[in-house]
Design a protein around this ligand. Structure first.
Ligand SMILES: [Zn+2]
Length: 293
């Protein structure tokens, strides 16, 4: 191929990327930049305006929950610095699930800083056996890569990271390996219970999708409902989103800015239950709709 033909092939791919769902998210990442902020005590927000990344200062290294969208790693590094931390101190990344918009920084952190990568066991298996389910191909960047986790999270795992002990459950539905995590955050002498649910989207419950992945009876939808029920009654005073839409991350941040000395607007002991119940009701409605069967 001549240099000119090679360039033209590149330009055509680039043009096609602009017209895709994930392409603009890669190409225009700076438009989603959010100045990082403290949610409560040792829990910080370092994600963008669409997909959440949380940073927990464990007193013995930093822990991230998720590593951002593919193509957003530079932005994540900037947010960690801007929050007053050094990205080299990220010892652990817990991944909510194995989709392209949550794993973007994983390989970079592991190779650059030796960060240990965590992922639910079923999604680790998915990376090995059916990697296309990660949708990494939709990032439209061949430089993005899946990874071999250092640890595969299993049902009921209780793992300690510095001063933070997390209890994990598998909550399959959005993917087979979605995790839920519960842990205490600390601010002075105050402790609150945090809850995290790693993936709510119904995009993977659509009939064409389920048929393609080998679930023609749509059993995954009931699996999703069972997962919600399993963790619904956990005590959660601080619900951390997987995407900003889950807990209105940016709306709460706005309230925090308007009343910086008031109580953190992220504390709400009803939100977790209410949101999980809303997803349950939405899914039951979705399942009752003849166009989804
Ligand atoms: Zn997902």
């Amino acid at each position: 191929m001549t240099m000119q033909a090679n360039y033209e092939a590149y330009a055509a791919r680039r043009k096609a990327m602009e017209g895709t769902h994930f392409g603009p998210l890669w190409l225009n990442q700076e438009q989603r930049y959010v100045h990082p902020f403290r949610i409560f005590g040792n829990v910080w927000y370092v994600g963008d305006s669409w997909v959440c990344v949380h940073l927990i200062d464990t007193g013995d290294g930093l822990l991230l929950i998720d590593s951002g969208n593919c193509g957003a790693t530079a932005m994540l590094i900037q947010a960690i610095w801007e929050a007053g931390f050094n990205p080299a101190d990220v010892k652990w990344i817990i991944h909510s699930h194995g989709h392209l918009d949550h794993i973007g920084g994983a390989v970079f952190f592991k190779r650059m800083f030796g960060t240990k990568l965590y992922l639910g066991e079923p999604d680790a298996r998915m990376f090995r056996e059916k990697p296309w389910i990660s949708a990494i191909q939709d990032a439209y960047n061949d430089g993005d890569a899946l990874f071999e986790p250092d640890y595969e999270i299993k049902e009921g795992d209780v793992l300690t990271f510095g001063n933070t002990t997390m209890t994990f459950y598998l909550v399959p539905g959005h993917t087979d390996g979605c995790i839920a995590a519960f842990f205490d955050a600390h601010e002075g002498d105050k402790t609150v219970r945090c809850g995290y649910y790693g993936g709510f989207g119904f995009n993977t419950l659509q009939k064409d999708y389920l048929i393609e992945i080998g679930d023609p009876e749509y059993k995954t939808r009931q699996v999703y409902l069972n997962s919600l029920a399993k963790v619904r009654d956990q005590k959660v005073e601080l619900f951390l989103g997987n995407h900003c839409i889950n807990n209105d991350t940016l709306g709460r941040r706005q309230k925090q800015l308007e009343n910086p000395d008031g109580p953190t607007p992220f504390l709400d002991d009803q939100l977790w239950k209410n949101y999980l119940d809303m997803k349950r009701d939405d899914l039951l409605k979705f399942m009752a709709d003849p166009k989804n069967s």
